[in-house]
Design a protein around this ligand. Structure first.
Ligand code: COA
Length: 535
């Protein structure tokens, strides 16, 4: 395979400016992650420890095999959304290896508002379930939750994708033979009680775990029956009397040991079906990426240089290098896994869309997973483009991409705007996972375009009604729109709303891709059935 060429200057002013700006972005990413890792306030964490309980991240660390990675999803969910709730939305989700088997781990963080579920918490739990479902990963839920966060009812109760979907997904996954396991670590009320009750196998911790549909106060209010927590829903009662739980543990560590045994008895571990080559580092230093990503939004990044720093041995078998060159397509390996790369290098033209369609088809026929590296402001507009049929060629690309039933991954490495976002496998196109680099940005259109478009609409209204507005009034109208679009496009806004799975440092990309591809390679291949391609 051909080794890429990449002739860059690491001493130029531009490189240095870019690198220094990017290091600030990375420091910002780590600050946000640190806030998420810490969990709830000091007071709540102390209380937790006084009860002789492990903190949720300590539980996860004890559950996964020594040395296992923990690929965390939606770590920054809900950042800044609710007063007193740190990034993470009172729950931790991610994939780790338990007794040699990849599992989805979902852990309530009771140090944050009693581990209760806001709307965004439900969304995060459901997203973790969907990933587990798609990859047939057993789900291990570490429960300690007061159930619904009552004031956030509209985000929790009535709709699909909210709390009820958690139950539905558990039931359907169990039905499809995807194991559902829970540990009841602490008081788990209402929805918090149904989650373990709906599992295949459930462990409860003595004198700590408790599950009931209504707690003692609620029972008293409803029936005047006076009953304590242990009697009403403690481990001893549920393990000996009600039979709601299957294993009684002495403490958190014991419960985790029992759970590891449960996972060890789930039958054969699905094996990797792809031939994974010996991983080779890129020939060009991935650290250069910081200096290559343009800090000036008006100056494009040469993404060929980026690919050269992400793929094994910087080797790339490029497909149609001379045709539709605003899109780079080709085969490479990342940490030994074969992958088909579709990467923007400019605006999408008809030729680039046709090339993408052809390339995606090749990957589907060969069963090779796809990585979409998005850096696109959109499709070409104008009379020439329309006469050349850009709508139907763009439609072909989107159809091929949405139909492709090989594992698909989206990495937003720069811009991802409008129809470009869709055609480069944006979230609605259901990639297996979607990541953003901290500089990643996505919106219907850019801030200036949005401000101009809305101002032009208003111009027309003035014209129709025979009124006028001054240039100052026009600018005063445009400025907040611009700001709103600017804020929206930010990678952390996507992370906060769980529109992407994670914001990653470019230097983490190879490892994250390897973990994701390892999971996908344990599934049987699927046949792609392509929607009609408009000719
Ligand atoms: N809705 C909204 N907020 C809730 C809540 C709920 N269902 N349950 C707890 N909280 C909040 C508390 O107000 C408190 O907020 P603060 O940090 O701002 O002070 C925080 O969560 C921690 O609660 P606290 O009771 O101090 O913690 P704890 O560890 O001693 O007990 C629970 C946690 C969950 C066992 C206990 O709060 C409880 O029983 N809550 C009611 C659960 C319930 O009935 N849910 C019904 C859902 S349908």
């Amino acid at each position: 395979m051909a080794v890429m060429k990449s002739d860059i200057s690491t001493t130029s002013d531009e490189y240095r400016r870019n690198a220094s700006a990017y290091r600030e972005r990375i420091a910002d990413l780590h600050r946000r992650r640190a806030a998420a890792m810490q969990g709830g306030p000091e007071r709540a964490r102390r209380l937790h420890k006084e009860r002789k309980q492990l903190l949720p991240r300590e539980r996860i660390a004890a559950l996964i095999d020594p040395g296992s990675p923990f690929l965390e999803f939606s770590q920054l969910a809900g950042e800044g959304m609710h007063e007193g709730v740190p990034p993470g939305a009172s729950i931790i989700t991610g994939v780790g290896i338990v007794s040699g088997r990849p599992c989805m781990i979902i852990a309530n963080d009771a140090t944050v508002k009693g581990g209760t579920y806001y709307g965004i918490t439900c969304k995060k739990h459901v997203r973790a379930q969907h990933f587990a479902w798609k990859h047939r990963l057993p789900c291990i839920t570490l429960v300690q939750s007061g159930g619904a966060n009552l004031p956030d009812q509209p985000g929790i109760f009535p709709d699909e994708g909210q709390f009820g979907s958690i139950f539905y997904n558990q039931i359907r996954m169990s039905g499809e033979g995807i194991p559902q396991i829970a540990i009841v670590h602490g008081p788990s009320t209402a929805g918090g009680a149904y989650m373990p009750a709906l599992c295949d196998e459930t462990v409860i911790v003595r004198n700590q775990g408790a599950m009931f549909l209504g707690g003692p106060q609620l029972v008293y209010a409803a029936t005047k029956e006076e009953v304590g927590v242990e009697e009403l829903g403690g481990g001893e009662m549920h393990s000996r009397v009600s039979g709601v739980t299957d294993h009684l543990a002495e403490n958190d560590s014991h419960a985790i040991a029992i759970t590891r045994d449960i996972v060890a008895n789930l039958g054969d571990i699905p094996q990797q079906r792809w031939q994974v080559a010996e991983p080779r580092p890129p020939r060009f230093d991935p650290n250069d990426i910081y200096g290559l990503i343009s800090a000036d939004p008006r100056v494009p990044t040469n993404n060929r240089d980026i690919i050269a720093r992400l793929v094994d041995d910087s080797s790339f078998h490029e497909f149609k290098p001379l045709y539709g060159d605003t899109l780079i397509t080709g085969f490479a390996r990342i940490m030994g896994f074969e992958i088909g790369i579709v990467c923007n290098n400019g605006v999408l033209f008809s030729e680039s869309a046709l090339k993408a369609t052809h390339f995606i088809d090749l990957c589907c026929k060969r069963g090779i997973p796809l990585l979409f590296m998005a850096d696109v402001t959109g499709f070409m507009v104008g009379r020439e483009a329309e006469e050349g049929g850009i709508s139907k060629h763009g439609a072909k690309m989107i159809t091929a991409m949405a139909s492709a039933d090989v594992p698909k991954y989206t990495l937003i490495i720069g811009n991802s705007y409008g129809a470009g976002y869709m055609s480069m496998c944006g979230r609605p196109m259901k990639p297996n996972a979607m990541m953003m680099w901290p500089n990643g940005r996505s919106a219907i259109m850019g801030p200036d375009q949005a401000a101009n478009t809305l101002a032009m609409v208003r111009d027309e209204v003035h014209k129709r009604e025979g009124t006028t507005w001054t240039e100052e009034e026009r600018e005063a109208y445009r400025a907040p729109v611009r700001q709103q679009f600017e804020d929206f496009a930010n990678a952390y806004n996507f992370a906060r709303n769980i529109w992407c799975d994670m914001v990653i440092d470019p230097l983490e990309t190879r490892n994250v891709m390897a973990l994701l591809l390892d999971l996908a390679g344990r599934l049987p291949p699927k046949e792609t059935r392509v929607g009609v391609l408009r000719m």
